[in-house]
Design a protein. Structure first.
Length: 160
């Protein structure tokens, strides 16, 4: 963009300052220019970091004290920070899932999983097992609905 001049031959001063090539005369960003430069930081975030910088040790200590006093949300936040959730690997499961062939087997498996929780089975492992049983039960339901639909369809075709 060529430099603009006033009627007196002086260089025009733009309200957009260093961004004048990225904005039009009304101050709007031109196509392809989104505003902040890549890598630049949000001003509010920078200010918040500066305010917290000198107090970080005290803030962490206060968070720990609140968690130890029974503040459950703070305890959860600290634990999520300190111990990220892991993924249970099927080979690491300490539980033998019963063979699933019917809905009654799924009920038995869920009962066994619940009992193993009391014996100390890891929560992530329990989640994996429950997902397996739940998926089996849904598949069984879909297969049952498909069979019923086929029977109804056959009856409708014979009646017609």
């Amino acid at each position: 963009m060529a430099d603009e001049t006033t009627e007196h031959g002086e260089e025009a001063v733009h309200k957009n300052g260093p961004f004048r090539d990225e904005r039009d005369q009304r101050g709007r960003f031109r196509p392809g220019h989104g505003g902040r430069k890549p890598g630049s930081r949000n001003r509010a975030s920078v200010i918040a970091e500066q305010l917290i910088a000198g107090e970080s040790e005290r803030l962490v200590r206060k968070a720990i004290d609140l968690a130890l006093e029974g503040n459950v949300p703070m305890l959860i936040a600290l634990l999520r920070t300190l111990v990220p959730p892991g993924k249970a690997q099927p080979s690491s499961l300490r539980f033998q899932l019963p063979l699933l062939k019917s809905a009654q087997d799924a009920v038995g498996a869920m009962t066994a999983i619940a009992a193993s929780c009391a014996d100390g089975l890891d929560a992530e492992q329990v989640r994996v097992l429950i997902n397996v049983v739940d998926t089996f039960a849904r598949t069984l339901s879909i297969a049952d609905l498909e069979t019923r639909l086929a029977v109804l369809d056959a009856k409708m075709n014979r009646a017609a």
